[in-house]
Structures are given as structure tokens and as C-alpha cells.
Write a protein that binds this ligand. Structure first.
Ligand code: SAM
Length: 238
């Protein structure tokens, strides 16, 4: 059962995503019933009023969120990720959509972002923060590269608390998700890691506390789909 790594989580996570990269998008759609893209759209909608011109997508993976961020009419969207194979899938999607001038993908670590202070107006992370080796360090780095007042929106799985969704979700995570995940990705560890990492991750008020202590103010949480996922937001205190 214990497939969550206790040491060198970063190398484990990088290898896992490099391995499942070609099947990542199709698995996302199947395992979430397509709702993952609706959640990403809600995340991007939270930035609309700010009209950011430079947007950073941290842990961009195959760039779904970066591509949606492009609909806000920014000057530039930059996506960073540690898994080169995920970025390759993302680059192909960006090229196929003719978005190469708008969206740039770069190999980089959230915990040591390759950007100077205050270089972005807004930042987004979808299903990425749970995978950071050092959550507080990753969030502090995002705060550093945001201009003071720049908004961070985080989309992440959370844990439903109410009957019967809580029980159904636990059953889905423990039995159905690892079985389908393994069948399609061929990776046994990856889809055991997913429910375990959700279980181990600070959600709700605990996550908001980490955001505050990492340099964000005005933090808030919005639960999506019975609390299966949440949108968190806050502004860099600069
Ligand atoms: C579940 S995927 C999410 C991808 C994408 N944001 C999406 O919405 O589908 C998690 C991604 O986080 C990346 N990741 C994990 N730790 C990271 C880190 N420290 N810095 C940058 N990317 C990281 C992984 O390589 C992987 O591509």
C-alpha cells in the first residue's frame, strides 16, 4: 500500500509524470468524467477581472491550464514543469493550436523558479501543489515572482466531508481509480499515489494557513463538486 515516497519525492514525481505523459490527458478525461476541464475554466475565470498581462502556470504538465489562460487575452503565458515528457505533450498541443507566440513552456522547478522578483501579474497551479516536495517553499517562490497584489489561483483535489459523497469518493479512490489508472497508463504506482497524496495533503483551512505563511493575503477557498476539488486564491503581499 505505502507507495507514497518518504524521501526524494521530487525524483519519484518527475519519473512518474514522465512515464504517464502520453496517456495523461486521456486518463484525466476518463477518470474525472470530463469535469477536470470545467474546474480549470473556473480557475481561469477567477483571474478575469485582474486582466493580467503576464501569467505563470506552475506545474503546467501538458499545458491545459496554460492554454485556457490564453483566453484571457494576456501578452504572455509561461508554463513551468519538472517533467520534460509532460512539457513535450504540451508543446505539441500549443503548436497545433497556433499558440506558440503566446504560450511558452519551460523546464523548471516550482521550488526554485527560474524568474526574477515580481515578473508576473498572476499565477495558477492545477493539481500541482500536492506534488511539491516542499509546499511552503513552492508557494513562497510563487509569491516572490508575482508582483505585489498579483493573484495566485490554485486548483487542487480536496476531501469531501459529507455522507454519502465522502464514502463514495473513498471507494472510488481506493479501488476504481487505481484499477482504471493502471489499465490505461500501465503505471501501477501512479494511480495508487494519487489517492494517497490527496489523503496526505493539507486541504481547506490547513492549506489556507500554508498560503498565508508563504506570503499571501486575502486567502479564500471555494469548494467544487461536493468538495472533491477546491479553488484557493490569494494575493502576493510582495
Ligand atoms: C497532476 S499534474 C498537473 C498538470 C497540469 N497542471 C494539469 O492541470 O493537468 C502535476 C504536475 O506537477 C509537476 N510537478 C510536480 N512537482 C513539481 C515541481 N516541484 N515543479 C514543477 N512542476 C512540478 C509534475 O511534473 C506534473 O506535470
Amino acid at each position: 500500500m505505502a507507495s507514497l515516497p518518504t524521501t526524494d519525492k521530487k525524483a519519484f514525481v518527475k519519473d512518474m509524470f514522465d512515464n504517464i505523459a502520453p496517456r495523461y490527458d486521456v486518463l484525466n478525461r476518463i477518470l474525472s468524467g470530463g469535469i477536470d476541464q470545467q474546474w480549470r475554466k473556473k480557475a481561469i475565470a477567477m483571474l478575469k477581472d485582474d486582466a493580467p498581462s503576464r501569467i505563470l502556470d506552475v506545474a503546467t504538465g501538458t499545458a491545459d491550464l496554460a492554454i485556457l489562460a490564453g483566453t484571457l487575452d494576456p501578452d504572455e503565458v509561461v508554463g513551468v514543469d519538472i517533467a520534460e515528457e509532460m512539457l513535450q505533450v504540451g508543446r505539441t498541443k500549443i503548436e497545433n493550436r497556433g499558440l506558440s507566440n503566446l504560450i511558452k513552456l519551460k523546464h523548471g522547478d516550482a521550488e526554485q523558479l527560474p524568474f526574477s522578483e515580481a515578473s508576473f501579474d498572476a499565477a495558477v497551479v492545477a493539481f500541482g501543489v500536492r506534488n511539491f516536495e516542499d509546499l511552503a517553499l513552492g508557494l513562497s517562490e510563487i509569491s516572490r515572482v508575482l508582483r505585489p497584489g498579483g493573484q495566485l489561483v490554485v486548483l487542487e483535489f480536496s476531501r469531501p466531508t459529507r455522507f454519502p459523497v465522502k464514502q463514495l469518493y473513498a471507494f472510488y479512490g481506493r479501488f476504481i481509480l487505481p484499477t482504471i489508472g493502471k489499465m490505461i497508463s500501465g503505471d501501477d504506482a501512479a494511480y495508487k499515489y494519487l489517492p494517497e497524496s490527496i489523503e496526505a495533503f493539507p486541504d481547506g483551512a490547513d492549506f489556507l494557513d500554508v498560503m498565508r505563511s508563504s506570503g499571501f493575503r486575502g486567502v479564500s477557498q471555494k469548494r467544487l463538486t461536493f468538495g472533491i476539488a477546491s479553488l484557493y486564491s490569494g494575493r502576493s503581499s510582495g
